[in-house]
Design a protein around this ligand. Structure first.
Ligand SMILES: [Zn+2]
Length: 132
């Protein structure tokens, strides 16, 4: 599986992570072509936990973001969030979220490192990221 994301979209996410004292989060919208996930749109949703170690998307904004994307024919292809002072890999808490949202999970840190992951048979597998 491969996730394709535009450089400016990835930069926006990393910049937001660098500038935030809490975890940033939201969804990646786009299209899925077999093993290829194409991110077309990034929208930010506030982290309602206001926490540096966990996130939960504000539900009203989350539903609005999904509606807007669906109007444009896009689906939720990924979830992204940031880690502060810990590696950009899914945590134990993220694993629970990955079971609820079986899409690609993009994790970034405040230094600009990132990784993308999916859950397969309850195992975390890294996904390649192609920046275009
Ligand atoms: Zn996390």
């Amino acid at each position: 599986m491969m996730m394709v994301i535009r450089r400016e979209d990835l930069k926006r996410i990393i910049k937001a992570a660098e500038n935030s004292r809490i975890e940033i989060c939201s969804m990646l919208f786009g299209r899925r072509n077999g093993e290829r996930i194409e991110v077309e749109e990034v929208r930010f949703v506030p982290n309602r936990l206001n926490s540096a170690t966990a996130f939960e998307m504000e539900p009203v904004e989350m539903v609005e973001a999904i509606d807007l994307a669906e109007e444009r024919g896009l689906e939720v292809v990924g979830i992204f969030h940031s880690h502060l002072k810990c590696p950009p890999r899914p945590s134990g808490g993220d694993l629970k979220g990955m079971r609820l949202w079986p899409v690609v999970w993009l994790v970034v840190d405040e230094k600009g490192n990132y990784g993308a992951f999916v859950l397969e048979k309850d195992k975390i597998r890294e996904v390649g990221v192609e920046v275009v």
